[in-house]
Every structure is written in structure tokens, then in C-alpha cells.
Write a protein that binds this ligand. Structure first.
Ligand SMILES: CC(C)(COP(=O)(O)OP(=O)(O)OC[C@H]1O[C@@H](n2cnc3c(N)ncnc32)[C@H](O)[C@@H]1OP(=O)(O)O)[C@@H](O)C(=O)NCCC(=O)NCCS
Length: 171
């Protein structure tokens, strides 16, 4: 399965994607509001295992490629996560630094959201946003989410919960 926008594709991971994705997750600027840079070897191993899962999990981060260049420009998707004792589905968008500011996060997050409500059967999605990350909050709002509450994550970090329900789409 594959999702498509005007400028981007979203598809499951392949083992040949792992080096490009590992360089996103080890980049200090990209990860500064997402737990900091990962260890290269560890993230390489995790992504390689992920790429071998058949069929690919429905709730996972997938690879974003740019149609014009075929380059990998992001790692985005929906994962399930417990927040304040509830099982939530979190929309995550990670875009390569060289591709920031083109509207790509909003473009791909919009199609991921539509797919989640229409085909994955979700009734609600959230984004967990570091209060120091206004670009991420802006993307959540452009996708149709609203600030709901603050939450304290395991480890003590305060994050903002942005959320939307299926019925909010028609508003
Ligand atoms: C956050 C991120 C995904 C945005 O990607 P992007 O493709 O540049 O996003 P878009 O171009 O679709 O939209 C960004 C919006 O944020 C705004 N923005 C950017 N920097 C901003 C800032 N410092 N303050 C306020 N708004 C800001 C942009 O102006 C744009 O809004 P607009 O269209 O109304 O002008 C990207 O910076 C990223 O990957 N960051 C690292 C990973 C991360 O933190 N992800 C979020 C956690 S889920």
C-alpha cells in the first residue's frame, strides 16, 4: 500500500531506506524536540528490523519520498501510544532539514489523517508537541487539530496534546 499527494509518496520502509532514515534520527536539529539524536547503530538496527516486517505494520512511520527527485524527505505516520491512561493514535511528522518550509509536513500529514479516519477506522488522532516547537504545532493546526491539554510524559517532560476527532473533519 502507498499513499500519494501532489508532490509526495508515503510507502512502507525498505531495507535500502535505512541509512537515509538513520541520518534523520541522528540529526541533532531534527530530533531536538523528539528526545534528541539517537545512536546511529541502534537506530540502524531498529529500522532494519522494521523494514523486514511482512506485512508492514499499519501503525508505524513510513517513508516519505519526493516525486520530483525520488529522494527520501521524511519519516511520517501514525503510532499507537498510551497518554494519560488512554490508548491514543499519534500522528508523527519528521521531515529532512533540506526540505523544511515547503509545506511537505502539512501535505503528507493531511493524507495520513484522511487515510486514518477513512481506511484504518480511527475515530481520533493526536499529536504530542513539545511547547518549544511552534512549527510542529502549526502543522497540527493546519491539519485540523486543536490544542487540548498538557500532559507529563514518562521521564517528566511536559508535552502539549493536540487532537482531532473524525467528525471534526467536516467542520
Ligand atoms: C516540524 C516539521 C515537521 C515541519 O515541517 P515542514 O515541512 O517545514 O512544515 P510545513 O512547511 O508543512 O509547515 C510549517 C509551518 O510552521 C511554520 N513555522 C515554521 N517555523 C516556525 C516557527 N519557528 N514559529 C512559528 N511557526 C513556524 C511555517 O511558517 C509553516 O506554517 P505556514 O504554512 O502557516 O506558514 C519539521 O520542521 C521537522 O521535521 N522538524 C523536526 C521533527 C519534529 O519536530 N517533528 C514534529 C514532532 S511530531
Amino acid at each position: 500500500m502507498k499513499l500519494e499527494t501532489e508532490r509526495l509518496f508515503l510507502r512502507p520502509l525498505q531495507t535500502t531506506d535505512v541509512a537515509a532514515l538513520a541520518s534523520l534520527w541522528t540529526d541533532p536539529e531534527i530530533t531536538q524536540f523528539m528526545g534528541g539524536p539517537r545512536n546511529y547503530d541502534e537506530v540502524y538496527k531498529e529500522l532494519t528490523e522494521d523494514a523486514r516486517l511482512k506485512p508492514p505494520p499499519a501503525f508505524d512511520l513510513w517513508v516519505v519520498t519526493e516525486k520530483a527527485t525520488n529522494q527520501i524527505v521524511g519519516h511520517c505516520g501514525i503510532i499507537d501510544k498510551e497518554v494519560d491512561g488512554s490508548n491514543e493514535f499519534e500522528l508523527i511528522y519528521v521531515i529532512a532539514r533540506s526540505a523544511w518550509g515547503n509545506g511537505y509536513a502539512t501535505e503528507i500529514a493531511t493524507v495520513i489523517k484522511e487515510n486514518a479516519f477513512k481506511y484504518l477506522g480511527l475515530k481520533r488522532i493526536i499529536a504530542l508537541i513539545n511547547p518549544m516547537n511552534p512549527a510542529s504545532a502549526r502543522v497540527a493546526i493546519k491539519v485540523g487539530m486543536q490544542y487540548e491539554k498538557d500532559t507529563i510524559r514518562p521521564g517528566g517532560k511536559i508535552m502539549q496534546v493536540f487532537a482531532m476527532n473524525e467528525e471534526d473533519q467536516s467542520k
